[in-house]
Design a protein around this ligand. Structure first.
Ligand SMILES: [Zn+2]
Length: 331
């Protein structure tokens, strides 16, 4: 699932590719992906708007349009935003397509269909409203601190988690405290800071809070620079990320810890697969028995790609052609 670095990559790619372009229309194949407004209102309201710029709030892509409108996208599990020539082949998973005056389209492709697109008014305070009325309440209220914002200091972070009995991993996943972190980067940050994910937040010593704060910022910065982790379905308009090759614990179950050589284990914390080195990350007292589970790794979306799949890279297309040839299918 895309986290802060992946969404930030999509935002930056879109700025490079479509800033200045104007929408000339579009189509909604699956209305469930459209949070607000209804499909006819959405298409008529977006038509004629020019793209002024893009930004990110939490895990939302925010596209700023003329006329005080914001086009929002949340990729959730499998969403992808692609910029393709209007005539490019599509597939059944393209839920929303928006035409640009230069002959290209922005396509929202989403296999699981949990992603969301919204068109709303920008409020006078700069926040996204919850409808096309600029006086509507903010849509993204309730989101916590942006970890790459200068206001996210070690002191602020410490104040946020002090007194909380919640396990640190669950707290970091809770978007009401800090936004943008998901399973990948929480596991990575906790390993870097040598903190066990089941440690109650309030049991962290001041130096551990300091280390964790620094680890969160460092791993996110590194992941943004690497264009995110292309695991499962994630890809960006200008192609895959490379951070998956730099991860230290996530989905490395059974492999040696890069710090101490012990075997990376997988446990389940709050229903989420969690990757730890139990030598570097000492379990808190009384939770020593936290069981381990076997590795589960889903296929990459591109493993199901065909040579015609929209958004596939050249390498993925070539792999699809090889697979098709192996299976005796004439491509
Ligand atoms: Zn280790």
């Amino acid at each position: 699932m895309p986290e802060l670095p992946e969404v930030e990559t999509v935002v930056r790619d879109l700025a490079r590719l479509v800033k200045g372009a104007t929408f000339t229309g579009g189509s909604v194949a699956r209305e469930r992906n459209l949070l607000t407004p209804d499909a006819p209102t959405f298409i008529s309201a977006i038509t004629g708007r020019r793209i002024l710029g893009t930004r990110r709030r939490a895990k939302w892509v925010v596209v700023e349009l003329t006329g005080g409108l914001l086009l929002l996208a949340h990729l959730r599990m499998t969403g992808q935003l692609l910029v393709v020539p209007a005539g490019a082949a599509g597939d059944a998973y393209v839920r929303i397509a928006l035409s640009l005056s230069d002959g290209r389209e922005i396509r929202f492709r989403d296999v699981r269909a949990f992603g969301r697109i919204a068109l709303v008014a920008e409020r006078s305070d700069g926040e996204a409203g919850s409808s096309l009325d600029p006086a509507s309440p903010p849509l993204l209220a309730g989101h916590g601190l942006e970890p790459l914002d200068p206001s996210f200091t070690a002191e602020v972070f410490g104040g946020l988690i002090a007194q909380r009995a919640t396990r640190i991993k669950s707290l970091l996943l809770d978007q009401r405290y800090v936004v943008g972190l998901g399973n990948i980067y929480v596991d990575e940050a906790l390993w870097r800071a040598s903190i066990h994910p089941l440690t109650p937040a309030k049991k962290l010593r001041p130096e551990q809070v300091f280390d964790l704060h620094r680890a969160i910022i460092q791993v996110l910065d590194q992941a943004v620079a690497a264009r995110g982790s292309s695991i499962n379905d994630y890809t960006a308009p200008e192609g895959d990320g490379e951070m998956q090759e730099q991860l230290d614990v996530y989905q490395r179950t059974g492999e040696p810890c890069r710090r101490c050589g012990s075997t990376i284990r997988r446990l389940v914390v709050g229903g989420r697969g969690t990757h730890v080195c139990r030598t570097c990350q000492r379990p808190p007292k009384g939770i020593r028995g936290a069981g381990t589970a076997r590795a589960v790794m889903g296929p990459r979306w591109s493993q199901g790609a065909t040579p015609d799949t929209v958004g596939a890279t050249r390498r993925e297309r070539a792999a699809a052609l090889r697979r098709a040839a192996r299976q005796g299918v004439v491509a």
